[in-house]
Design a protein around this ligand. Structure first.
Ligand SMILES: Cc1cc2nc3c(=O)[nH]c(=O)nc-3n(C[C@H](O)[C@H](O)[C@H](O)COP(=O)(O)O)c2cc1C
Length: 328
């Protein structure tokens, strides 16, 4: 069991945001499974993302891997709010839903956070001393949005957006907030992220310190990756394949076994920086480790390098919700 700010995750294995956590029925199946300790929704925007046939996923044929060109969910945040309410109001277990959201606009994000907070009020979720069942994850790292590189790669540009979340937390500290990060490849990148996040810490009246960000989810897919059609299994492929390249737009986000080593390295690097940080509030930030976890050994490796919670997406896409049983 892992407590992250006000949410409780038991078992400490979850699905991460993905195309297989997009519809109400998919979220209900994930929620019902005793092998998931929380359910993360696909990333929602305020108005819904214009999805077309260029947005697709293919499965690798020689490893448990995926390449996808999806943007965000076609369903707007209001759908996920309605569905989260439907799931949680008929269930009394403490299992949380993590609502993944994104926006480049501070004013739009204010609206989105307010909408989530209204949902939490309707669910009686802001009561101190009982676990919360709704958290927010800000996706900063989708590699597939044309003309908009993931802000996670120039983290300081995110500061106005992070300011919105900081203000929301300072108003209501029962709100659990996390950041979905990109895979990084150089040590200065990890340092820049932690330095930026640390600027949001503040002193509490009782002398303690608080930081609005309760968790970091590492990592998203590796962008600008390419697979040829013959490297994929067409029987599992969804959407629009081109003649030669597996995805219509050619490039996409790689996930699954080929990124496992990089994701482990990211979790390891963040764990070291967080646990040695001079600010106690930064030391409290937990890591959700994701990337290429497809079996128990992968879960163990993620835990060893510092993940409090372990997540997966490609396994869910390949095997459905029953895939989680083998991680238990
Ligand atoms: C088809 C697909 C769609 C995804 N969509 C999202 C998304 O909407 N938001 C997000 O934060 N991550 C998204 N991801 C990234 C996953 O949450 C995860 O970070 C990544 O796939 C690495 O984990 P894995 O190796 O277990 O797949 C998606 C991944 C896949 C494969």
């Amino acid at each position: 069991m892992v407590d992250i700010n006000r949410i409780r995750i038991e078992p400490s294995i979850i699905n991460t945001s993905c195309a297989w956590a997009s519809e109400l029925a998919q979220l209900e199946d994930l929620y019902k499974s005793p092998y998931t300790g929380a359910v993360t929704t696909r990333t929602a925007t305020l108005g819904g993302f214009a999805e077309d046939s260029s947005h697709a996923v293919v499965f690798g044929s020689t490893s448990a891997s995926t390449l996808n060109s999806y943007g965000y969910s076609p369903h707007p945040l209001s759908s996920y709010i309605k569905w989260t309410h439907a799931i949680l109001s008929r269930d009394t277990q403490s299992k949380p839903l993590i609502i993944s959201i994104t926006s480049n606009s501070a004013s739009e994000l204010v609206q989105m956070v307010e909408d989530v907070q209204k949902l939490r009020q309707r669910l009686g979720d802001s009561v101190k001393d009982i676990p919360s069942r709704v958290a927010i994850e800000l996706n900063t790292s989708c590699p597939n949005i044309r003309g908009k590189p993931p802000p996670a790669y120039s983290f300081t540009t995110l500061l106005p957006i992070l300011g919105v979340l900081t203000r929301a937390y300072r108003t209501d500290r029962t709100l659990t907030i996390g950041l979905k990060l990109a895979p990084y490849v150089a040590s200065f990148q990890f340092e820049e992220v932690v330095k930026s996040i640390a600027t949001s810490s503040y002193d509490l009246e009782d002398g303690n310190r608080a930081n609005p960000f309760a968790f970091l989810t590492c990592t998203n897919t590796v962008g600008n990756s390419l697979l040829f059609v013959h490297q994929t299994t067409s029987s599992l492929a969804i959407g629009n394949g081109a003649d030669m390249y597996a995805l219509g737009p050619v490039l996409g986000g790689l996930a699954g076994e080929p990124i496992h080593a990089l994701s482990l390295g990211n979790v390891f690097s963040f764990a070291r920086l967080l646990e040695n940080h001079e600010d106690k509030a930064v030391r409290m930030i937990k890591l959700i480790g994701v990337g290429g976890v497809v079996d128990k050994q992968g879960v163990e490796r993620m835990r060893k390098v510092g993940a409090a919670v372990v997540g997966c997406a490609t396994l869910l896409g390949r095997e459905g919700v029953k895939g989680f049983e083998k991680l238990a």
